[in-house]
Design a protein around this ligand. Structure first.
Ligand SMILES: [Mn+2]
Length: 284
């Protein structure tokens, strides 16, 4: 039995959310999710094949996105070098640029799947690296080829037509929420993986908690009514864990300040557990 190892990295940083005028507070996500995760990780039966290492908290550089990101990139690169699969817990979604950079530096060609209400391909304006920019930055830096980028469940009314056009120009794939609901999670992810893995070595899997319906995930920076159900999100994390090509999981935007009875925080922890459960069932 081949053992797999997971390394959890907590990134308590939400300055990118402030810069986009979102609701700050995701910096408290890591600490709260960790508490719930520790309770749930007693479910040892999921983890027979998986070793979990806690890589601790990245200490952010105050109000400095670039410097904080570079700390995250270095930390993620170290985890990858150890042959370990990072689970990166934010924080604002801008952090996915930092982990994506480490993935590119380590594996060169990467694929990306993102569950999100938003496209997150906003341009950097006046040097402001906001939580709405990570995937555009990854593509513009040459770290991610749009042909291997799949957006899942995007639907927010605030998504701008020019960002849709940008994704199309980059040959990215957008599987909208309606399509996913019609086809189911399993089929949607199979399609997403077939696109993300084409010609790449490894896939980065993201869940922005705002991609999940507000009634299940009220604690986030930019809430949207519709989205994945809790069950769909848990299933998606499990399928991602099970897929041999997935080499990193970013869990972003959980904001405890707006949570209701801690349910978003608990869901965040549950998503990490589901991913690990999937890993545990990976075929060698
Ligand atoms: Mn996002």
């Amino acid at each position: 039995m081949k053992r797999l190892s997971v390394g959890i990295l907590w990134v308590p940083f939400d300055h990118g959310v402030k810069l986009i005028n979102g609701r700050p507070g995701a910096r408290f996500g890591p600490k709260e999710i960790k508490k719930e995760f520790l309770k749930l990780s007693n479910r040892k039966k999921y983890f027979k094949k998986v070793t979990i290492t806690d890589y601790g908290f990245v200490s952010p550089v105050k109000e400095n996105v670039l410097k904080t990101h570079s700390r995250v990139t270095n930390a993620v690169r170290k985890i990858l070098k150890a042959g370990t699969i990072p689970v990166v817990v934010g924080g604002g979604h801008d952090i996915s640029f930092a982990s994506g950079k480490a993935m590119h530096q380590t594996y060169k060609k990467i694929g990306q799947i993102n569950i999100d209400a938003h496209y997150d391909v906003r341009p950097v304006v006046n040097g402001k690296i906001t939580s709405g920019t990570p995937f555009r930055r990854l593509m513009e830096s040459g770290f991610l080829n749009g042909r291997n980028f799949v957006e899942l469940g995007t639907h927010a009314p605030k998504n701008l037509p020019e960002h849709y056009a940008y994704l199309i120009k980059k040959k990215a794939t957008i599987l909208k929420l309606d399509w996913i609901n019609k086809n189911g999670i399993e089929k949607s992810l199979t399609k997403a993986f077939s696109i993300a893995k084409r010609g790449t070595k490894i896939i980065m899997f993201d869940i922005d908690i705002d991609g999940i319906q507000k009634r299940f995930a009220p604690g986030c920076s930019a809430p949207v009514i519709d989205g994945f159900t809790k069950k769909q999100a848990i299933q998606a994390a499990y399928i991602a864990g099970k897929n041999r090509k997935v080499g990193l999981f970013n869990l972003m935007e959980v904001n405890p300040l707006y949570d209701v009875r801690n349910k978003t925080v608990k869901l965040g922890a549950e998503l990490i557990i589901s991913f690990i459960k999937g890993l545990n069932e990976r075929k060698d």
